[in-house]
Design a protein around this ligand. Structure first.
Ligand code: PRP
Ligand code: URA
Length: 209
């Protein structure tokens, strides 16, 4: 699984532990999701291209690097992925944002698509798909299939917590896509929730339970 990157930074580990705690309330949860997304984005975007440009400091003229290469599109999977967008935009404020709507059927645990709007020239962009939870893997796998069907070619995905079952499904279907994971958990329970996980990410971000 050479395209799977599990975060090792102590700040990310610490913040994910805070996120998991049942006692963490909505506003703190939102803040942590955004901070973790920013720290994971820093790692996931470490291979962005640069080009040299001539600038003038108050002291002298010099040649220095600036970002170059593909324009970026951030694509959150609704709803919970929305919580990660601000953190990545704080790193790359000019990125465009697309949206993919998916909900998991409570009985079958299968994903159902309900919305998709991607920025133009999607084939030329670096696409960063974000969703805090990779459980069975159905939602992320189908979201990436839809992005590819619409022309997306250069795709990275970021999930804060993943289950081994979801990583297996996703990497079998999309071995070409780089997957960044904040923490790899033990397994799924009978409701296809991640153990130990953090509960329902969407409900905890939006306070809907
Ligand atoms: C959650 C989560 C993922 C999905 C993961 O969303 O944000 O999108 O479940 O599960 P999977 O890997 O088994 O597909 P949910 O469907 O609960 O929707 P929500 O974000 O609107 O709450
Ligand atoms: N979706 C969540 O929000 N949490 C899980 O544990 C599994 C799917």
């Amino acid at each position: 699984m050479e395209n799977v990157h599990i975060m090792q930074h102590p700040l990310i580990k610490h913040k994910i532990t805070m996120l998991r705690m049942e006692s963490t309330g909505t506003s703190e949860f939102r803040k942590l999701v955004e901070e973790i997304a920013m720290l994971m984005g820093y790692e996931a975007l470490a291979d962005l291209q640069t080009k040299d440009v001539e600038i003038r400091t108050p002291v002298e003229e010099t040649i220095q690097p600036v970002l170059d290469g593909r324009k970026i599109a951030i694509v959150p999977i609704l709803r919970a992925g929305l919580g990660m967008v601000g953190g990545i935009l704080s790193l790359v404020p000019n990125a465009k944002v697309g949206h993919i709507g998916m909900y998991r059927d409570e009985e079958t645990h299968l994903p159902h698509p309900y919305y998709c709007k991607l920025p133009p020239f999607i084939d030329q962009r670096l696409i960063v798909v974000v969703d805090p939870m990779l459980a069975t893997g159905g939602s992320l796998t189908d979201a990436v299939s839809e992005i590819k069907a619409q022309g997306g070619k250069h795709i990275k995905c970021m999930c804060i917590i993943a289950a081994p079952e979801g990583v297996k499904l996703f990497t079998e279907k999309h071995p070409d896509v780089e997957l960044y994971i904040g923490a790899m958990d033990r397994c799924l329970n009978s409701n296809a929730y991640i153990c130990p996980g953090l509960g329902d990410a969407g409900d905890r971000i939006f306070g809907t339970k």
